[in-house]
Ligand binder design. Structure first.
Ligand code: KIV
Ligand code: ZN
Length: 528
């Protein structure tokens, strides 16, 4: 008998709910923080990807977290919007307020249930935890019908106690029961056994959706997730590119494609629009500055590249010889040579639509088109990846107060490098020149002259968007100020220009962070 879920109604028994926590578990890991616009952009992409639930953040964690969950709840239609809350009144009320504007909303409340966590972290007795489960779920139910309860460190929890907690959560009104492998310790047989036991022993288990949330400390997150599905779990918690605490979470693209490709073995389906997977993965990489490794399943640059002659020969004769799914099914295009310098604005707009950027605003389109023309003049071949890098660059910079305008650099083996830089700050053009130990140093010194600040450069990394000496460079710059860390990205065929763009991007993010904690400081910084 299908379960009647408050948000999804009667789902077919083989339908898996995809709960994406890129913006919560993923975003809270070091180096992956995103600003408000970036989170909204990511949430739009997740909605287009067809995920069922977006966990948009942890509203009590900071005013910025609250604001982003609220903004996503106001703007994103389609997926259920969830906010995380500990088993505490203030947390639950804050989460309820943040998700209130959503079309369909969920409060996700959790408490640790393992002996280790209860004793050393919570300093609570098991009976107190049990009472907190009932109280937190009951309070959450006063604000929405869709309540998820999680047993933090569930996989290391005494099984009898876990059954009592799950029973209490169901009685109090939870509609989804999530058992996380919080520390990535479980093996697939553990996850299978836990869910089989809960479904068999807990009264009311047949009226709720069971969910699994696996961390990847032993590289088993996807395997544990699929073992849970085999035991009847119908909600999977996962993230794009597998980002998340420590070694990350189960990767969305891997679990979804395993379910699709091995339907014969798993027997389930999802609502994910799989051709949108790659662009969502790339958007996340562009926002956070962390590319996936080349051999990453599904979205890595080598995932569909056949190097050996024997494999290439086989694929040319029949792709199925070495490909278990088509590259197109996850968004890779076989012919990536696309546009040249004679292509017009209409062709460019068509291309953007084909790449899934149909919603780019006119100003961003004009800026991206200007940069495309400039790129096509300098680069022999413009690939889809080049265009995506340009557009992501423009979209991410849409609301920024500092804008890159121009850069001239003199560098080489004779004498110090010199940079002349022009920026626009709140619409006013400002120039400076500076010398430095190499062209990047000179450029960053000029930037500091135009916009003095105390932030320290913590990371500078350069990668190539495509291959060849005329490839665009993608640069990541990490800045730290008062313990706050931000990453900025820039792309250009000129590595120094990409570096300047990345620095400007990071600085803009820093201003947003500063403004959240000390609104008066931003005015002083902007007057500088
Ligand atoms: O890993 C974990 O236990 C979590 C919970 C808050 C669901 O992220
Ligand atoms: Zn987690």
């Amino acid at each position: 008998m299908p379960i009647q879920h408050p948000s999804f109604g009667a789902l077919p028994e083989d339908r898996i709910i995809i709960f994406d926590t890129t913006l919560r578990d993923g975003e809270q890991s070091p180096g992956f923080s995103m600003n408000l616009q970036e989170k909204l952009r990511m949430a739009e992409a997740l909605a287009e990807l067809g995920v069922d639930v977006i966990e948009a953040g942890f509203p009590i964690a900071s005013p910025g977290d609250f604001e982003s969950v609220r903004l996503i709840a106001e703007n994103i239609r389609g997926p259920v919007i969830a906010g995380l809350a500990r088993a505490a009144r203030a947390d639950i009320l804050r989460a309820a307020e943040a998700v209130a504007p959503a079309e369909r909303r969920r409060i996700h409340t959790f408490i640790s249930t393992s002996a280790l966590h209860m004793k050393h972290k919570l300093r609570m007795e098991p009976d107190e935890v049990l009472a907190a489960v009932t109280d937190s779920v009951s309070l959450a139910r006063q604000h929405t019908d869709d309540v998820e309860w999680s047993a933090e460190d569930g996989s290391r929890t005494d099984r009898d106690f876990l059954c009592r907690c799950v029973e209490a959560a169901i009685k109090a009104g939870a509609t989804t029961i999530n058992i996380p492998d919080t520390v990535g310790y479980a093996v697939p047989a553990d996850m299978h056994a836990i869910f089989a036991m809960l479904r068999e022993r807990v009264p009311g288990a047949d009226g709720v959706i069971f969910s699994t949330h696996n961390h990847n400390d032993l590289g088993l997150a996807v395997a544990n997730t699929l073992a849970a599905v085999a035991a009847g779990v119908r909600q999977i918690e996962c993230t794009i590119n597998g980002i998340g605490e420590r070694a990350g979470n189960a990767s969305l693209e891997e679990v979804v494609m395993a379910i699709r490709t091995r339907h014969d073995a798993i027997g389930c389906t999802t609502g994910v629009v799989t051709p949108n997977i790659l662009k969502t993965s790339k958007l996340l990489a562009a926002i956070t500055g962390f590319d996936v490794q080349p051999n990453k399943a599904i979205v890595g640059r080598n995932a569909f590249a056949h190097e050996s002659g024997i494999h290439q020969d086989g694929v040319l004769k029949n792709a199925a010889t070495y490909e278990i799914m088509t590259p197109e099914s996850v968004g890779w295009s076989r012919s990536s040579l696309v546009m040249g310098k004679h292509s017009g604005r209409a062709a460019f707009r068509d291309k953007l639509r084909a790449l899934g950027y149909g919603e780019v605003g006119d100003n961003q389109l004009n800026d991206a088109f200007r940069r495309f023309k400039d790129l096509a003049d300098r680069k022999k071949v413009v690939y889809d990846e080049d265009i995506a890098a340009l557009v992501d660059d423009e979209v991410l910079r849409g609301h920024n107060r500092i804008r890159f305008v121009a850069l001239d650099v003199h560098a080489g083996s004779r004498g110090p490098a010199r940079a002349e830089l022009e920026l626009e700050i709140d619409g006013t053009a400002k120039q400076a020149s500076a010398t430095g130990d190499g062209p990047v140093d000179a450029t960053f010194n000029a930037l500091r002259k135009i916009f003095p600040h105390e932030a320290v450069l913590r990371l500078f990394s350069v990668g190539a968007v495509t291959e060849g000496t005329d490839a665009q460079a993608r640069v990541t710059v990490r800045l730290e100020e008062d313990g706050k860390m931000v990453d900025g990205q820039g792309a250009d065929t000129d590595t120094i220009v990409a570096s300047a763009r990345a620095y400007v991007h990071a600085l803009n993010k820093l201003l947003v962070k500063r403004a959240r904690t000390a609104p008066e400081d931003i005015a002083t910084a902007m007057r500088a």
